[in-house]
Design a protein around this ligand. Structure first.
Ligand SMILES: [Zn+2]
Length: 324
């Protein structure tokens, strides 16, 4: 890929005004127009070159970029070779400076623009019409982050401090990319550098596994920390509670806290079977996103006595005889 001297192509000095560039372009375009030079391949090529030069120099932004590139191009060319420590030349990522334009191959592109143009001004194929909106370099990526929350936080809502990768205006050159006549050494001409943004985000009550919460341009995907005491099904929350044989047979009371911290006293009626479920209406995950609150299910797990004494065994044998 060759460096294109667009000023030379249009036959104007670097100091040429907008008007002078326009005049030079019109004159050359007329002279080299394919309609008046039919079959002349050289004229056709010149005509394309003239258009390309004008495309860049007639646009104030592009011209500024091009002028900047002009001096840098020579520095880049003077580098001895690749790799760190090779000469004192400043490493320079052109794609940063020009917003990641197509890094196209070496061949002339189908549109008649040179690979030089495509690389630095082509914007990956879809050129903006002149005067239209310029492609914005390195827009902030929409970020999505996994955020782990406890079940209790699903009930109460919570906040999180997040650090989001975010390009920042370069503090050295204040976004200009240049300092004096040179490329800014801090951002290497990009005008931005990678930074982080600290956000405090609110996660509302009622989120559950996989819920998406959008705040300040960030999408948080909720991951509920597994809790050995609870299982979540939709908005319902299931808890197992242990009761011994005598409590299940004779009736008892179990006390526990719901994930929201509420103290509950559950009456286990006599002769409750193992696995019996009790529903506490509305005590599941709180209402959110138009969905009503879930229920809390308490499931009995009856534990049987072990290491029976001789006397206990005797009594169980008596019970068994009564039931036979
Ligand atoms: Zn800078």
């Amino acid at each position: 890929m060759d460096f294109k001297d667009y000023y030379k192509t249009l036959g104007v000095p670097k100091t040429a005004t907008e008007k002078e560039i326009k005049q030079a372009y019109r004159k050359l375009a007329r002279e080299n127009h394919p309609d008046v030079n039919s079959g002349d391949k050289n004229a056709e090529k010149r005509f394309q070159e003239i258009n390309e030069a004008y495309e860049v120099l007639s646009d104030a932004d592009n011209r500024k970029k091009y002028d900047q590139l002009g001096s840098q191009w020579r520095n880049a060319g003077a580098r001895r070779g690749p790799g760190p420590g090779a000469g004192g030349g400043v490493e320079f990522d052109f794609s940063d400076l020009f917003g990641g334009g197509g890094m196209g191959g070496g061949a002339e592109s189908a549109g008649g623009f040179s690979s030089f143009f495509e690389r630095f001004f082509g914007g990956g194929g879809g050129r903006q019409p002149r005067g239209g909106p310029q492609p914005q370099p390195q827009q902030e990526q929409p970020s999505s982050v996994d955020v782990e929350v406890s079940l209790a936080e699903c009930y109460s809502g919570t906040t999180r401090q997040l650090e989001i990768a975010s390009p920042q205006v370069c503090p050295q050159c204040r976004g200009a990319g240049v300092i004096g006549n040179g490329i800014c050494p801090v951002c290497r001409g990009a005008g931005k550098q990678q930074g982080t943004r600290r956000l405090e985000v609110r996660i509302p009550a009622g989120v559950t596994q996989g819920s998406k919460v959008k705040a300040q341009g960030v999408t948080m995907v909720i991951q509920v920390k597994p809790d050995p005491d609870y299982e979540i099904k939709g908005r319902d929350v299931i808890r197992k509670t242990n009761v011994d044989l005598y409590g299940a047979v004779l009736g008892s009371e179990v006390n526990f806290r719901t994930p929201s911290g509420k103290e509950v006293s559950l009456k286990v009626p006599p002769e409750s079977q193992n696995g019996r479920s009790f529903r506490l209406s509305g005590q599941g995950l709180p209402a959110a996103a138009g969905k009503p609150a879930g229920d809390l299910y308490v499931k009995l797990e009856v534990s049987l006595p072990t290491k029976l004494t001789a006397r206990e065994k005797e009594l169980f044998e008596e019970l068994a005889r009564l039931r036979a």
